[in-house]
Design a binder for this molecule. Sequence first.
Ligand SMILES: [Fe+2]
Length: 320
Amino acid sequence: MGELYVPVSIESIQADIFPDVALYIKSGGKYILYKSHGRNFSSQDAARLMENKVEFLFVSPADLEVITAYMENNAERVLKDDTLEAKTKGKIIYQTSINFVGDIFEHPQKVSDFSRSQRMVENLLQYLASDRDSFQSLESVMTHNYYTFVHSLQVTALSVLLHAEAYLLSHDEMLDVGIGTLLHDFGKVFVSPAILSKEGKLTPKELEEYRKHPEEGYQYLKKNTKLSDISLGVVRCHHERNNGNGYPQGLKGPEISRSAQVAAICDVYCTLTIDRSCRKALSSSIALLIMKQEMKGSFNERLLDTLEGIVCCDNPAQFL
Ligand SMILES: [Fe+2]
């Protein structure tokens, strides 16, 4: 995703409470300054942009903290507003984050998959918003570490596509899978932000704390929400590995639920292919090569092949 420019839906900008940050427009993959610090963003600006079919403006990494705080408050306001329907609440959270979902596709011309996963994630968020406990859990992830929230959306977008290709899932099961995946890293709210954003290797002690997140997330969500066993399984087992080398339980192959196997693959794939400041993103073919060779035995090979069919572009005929 390059540097973490944060997309802000124009509809969600409330001129009176919006912070004084520079705003950018994305054009041809570049960010162009639209409004500098100190200049107000007026309702006329919003109207003009919407007339020109611009839906999102972007905030630069320099203002990440300010905009994250605004979005936290906005999410809290939205969540507490009883006059808003669940559908609207989900849509507002979706609008603040959906541009990141596109980053999982190396080839944006693969429009059909992109819009399909966007729709699925939008439906999931609207559904999740109807359950206060689950929605608050997602909000906690968003406010604790924004990168984790963005990453969770990306893993979910890919996971629903991979499930749809690999299995015949009922609508209800797809919802359970999607919600479990949206919340798969919930346990990171118990990990210190310094560890989550540390660049470079974690010390053994830090690694031990980090590795508690699947079990702690599972225990908390089991106790405090009505998430299904399928969803909870994704949260607890997304770091298990096919060969038993994962954690927290060291489960092997079929002992790991298929949705947790899918989540594990999508989690690693998104981590390898999406840029973070400390490491350059890899192409989809290199990422898959690493997962198939260096990490051989870690993942279900049939699912890896299915993922390859979704994300690689060896066959141009599959693109629109
Ligand atoms: Fe995780």
